[in-house]
Design a binder for this molecule. Structure first.
Ligand SMILES: Nc1ncnc2c1ncn2[C@@H]1O[C@H](COP(=O)(O)OP(=O)(O)OP(=O)(O)O)[C@@H](O)[C@H]1O
Length: 221
């Protein structure tokens, strides 16, 4: 089972500007939490403070059950919104995933079993014929899918997805959606920033809204 996430007076101020006021919230473990809100309301910032990627005030706690500390570190997956790769990097999609999978340098010997696993990961996101492309040659939607594939490799039970469907075609959306549902069935805790109210209504266990604070949908003052 994934962790519960608890925020106690957690807030974020950057360059003297308060981006998130004090938030108190409890995200139940093993559920799909949709995070909604207007552009610029602070959804990505919320994810960043939960992941420890932005220096916040107050407390953010992850409550795992029955997992030791080192395992916990492996069990977090984050797919950020819009990532760019340096176009001149001489690294292919396959090499990128291999290095991530094996934790070995790009020039190291490649085992058949690892290559098979990379192929299987690419297949899960519909990119099995893109393994030879350089990272800089990928489209925005392909980059998004590659990062999702990289995150899948970790078998994480805590996932933060920042607009995972943005820029994806219908077929890719269906593949990613299937993976997200599979993760939920495995008991992962998922925080998913999403702008599509139909998707949120259909799939989310809990709907949160960032609007000068964090509220369960419908509870805003
Ligand atoms: N490093 C920073 N310094 C100052 N302001 C920032 C910084 N990073 C983000 N912001 C501001 O914080 C606000 C919240 O940004 P954030 O990316 O969290 O919003 P969001 O809800 O995820 O938006 P969107 O739906 O457009 O992705 C925005 O007004 C943004 O301009």
């Amino acid at each position: 089972m994934g962790p519960a996430i608890e925020l106690k007076d957690a807030s974020l101020t950057l360059n003297g500007v308060e981006l998130l006021p004090k938030i108190n919230a409890y995200f139940n473990p093993g559920q799909l939490h949709a995070i909604t809100g207007a552009n610029g309301s602070g959804k990505s910032s919320l994810i960043k403070i939960i992941l420890g990627l932005a220096a916040h005030q107050g407390q953010v706690e992850r409550h795992w059950q029955g997992a030791d500390q080192s395992a916990q570190a492996q069990q977090i997956a984050y797919v950020p919104q819009q990532t760019a790769f340096e176009a001149s990097l001489p690294i292919s999609v396959k090499e990128f995933l291999l290095a991530s999978l094996t934790r070995r340098p790009f020039f190291a010997w490649q085992k058949k079993a690892d290559l098979n696993q990379v192929h299987a990961l690419l297949q899960r996101v519909g990119m099995q014929d893109k393994g030879h492309l350089r990272l800089g040659e990928l489209s925005g939607g392909e980059r998004q899918r590659l990062l999702f594939a990289q995150a899948l490799e970790r078998n994480a039970l805590f996932w933060c997805l920042d607009e995972p469907m943005t820029g994806l075609d219908q077929q890719a959306q269906e593949l990613i959606n299937k993976e997200i549902m599979g993760l939920r069935e495995q008991g992962a805790t998922l925080l998913v920033i999403h702008h599509d109210p139909d998707w949120v209504a259909q799939y989310a266990d809990q709907v949160w809204c960032v609007d000068n604070g964090l509220y369960i949908q419908g509870d805003q003052p």
